[in-house]
Write a protein that binds this ligand. Structure first.
Ligand SMILES: Nc1ncnc2c1ncn2[C@@H]1O[C@H](COP(=O)(O)OP(=O)(O)OP(=O)(O)O)[C@@H](O)[C@H]1O
Length: 236
């Protein structure tokens, strides 16, 4: 039987029956997930529920103990810390792993997109936390990934910088249209950025929400907080 799916892009990743354990300790079990290209998905969940474990598995950074992860290409990852190489200039950091030919031009274009087009030959030590994180974003986007994995990339930033970064990421994702999985603790951030919000619990996706379709934002926040086990939130 063949099913023809008319889609302008197709999935950025399809996860089926994923199992991830550390030794005998199973953290993720029988997890299914699909993210479309151009779709922004936020992943919430209590501390220690396995969000980073899932992200690392999707990134191909860790082995899995069961199930499948199907992705058309190599995902790009942005972590909480920018992880720039201190001995390399900004353009070299951004173009790491690209073919030498055209690397500087590609890095220049990516740095311009994050507002650092005039800092190509500067060094990581001269950057603020927000600027360093923008370089990390440029380094991810220069790969034109179909799947962009964001592991609390704004958590270490001050509130104002975080809001600016939200705007920038939204704009970049709208332009490049990767599928995005954002791991975050911040309910407001998830609501502001995501097309779809997932709540992880007991090693699986326990709930799924579409913020766009919620009529009452305050109730929606309360519901999410209750799902995250924040006491007293259901009564709000
Ligand atoms: N390398 C490891 N070896 C053994 N256990 C681990 C390892 N990494 C994570 N774990 C365990 O797996 C579980 C899930 O961890 P993970 O970091 O994925 O959670 P998280 O939801 O991302 O947490 P947080 O929100 O606090 O970052 C935790 O109980 C953690 O102790």
């Amino acid at each position: 039987m063949s099913t023809l799916t008319i889609s302008d892009a197709g999935p950025a990743v399809t996860v089926t029956g994923l199992r991830r354990a550390y030794g005998r300790r199973v953290v993720i079990d029988a997890l299914d997930l699909r993210i479309e290209r151009g779709e922004f998905v936020a992943l919430l969940g209590e501390s220690g529920c396995g969000k980073t474990t899932l992200l690392r598995a999707l990134a191909g950074l860790d082995p899995i103990q069961g199930g499948r992860i199907d992705a058309p290409g190599k995902p790009a990852v942005v972590f909480q810390e920018p992880r720039l190489l201190p001995w390399d200039s900004l353009w070299r950091n951004v173009s790491l792993g690209l073919p030498e030919r055209g690397a500087r031009e590609a890095a220049a274009a990516a740095l311009a997109e994050v507002g650092l087009g005039n800092r190509l030959d500067d060094w990581p030590r001269n950057l603020s936390g927000g600027q360093a994180q923008r370089v990390a974003l440029a380094r991810a986007l220069v790969q034109e990934p179909e799947l962009l994995l964001l592991d609390e990339p704004f958590a270490a930033l001050d509130a104002l910088t975080r809001i600016r970064m939200h705007g920038l990421v939204k704009e970049l994702v709208a332009r490049h249209r990767p599928g995005v999985l954002l791991v975050t603790h911040d309910v407001e951030e998830a609501i502001r950025l995501a097309d779809r919000i997932l709540v992880m619990r007991d090693g699986v996706i326990a709930a799924e929400h579409l913020p766009e379709t919620t009529a009452d934002p305050q109730r929606f926040r309360a519901l999410l907080l209750a799902e995250l086990g924040v006491q007293g939130s259901a009564a709000a």
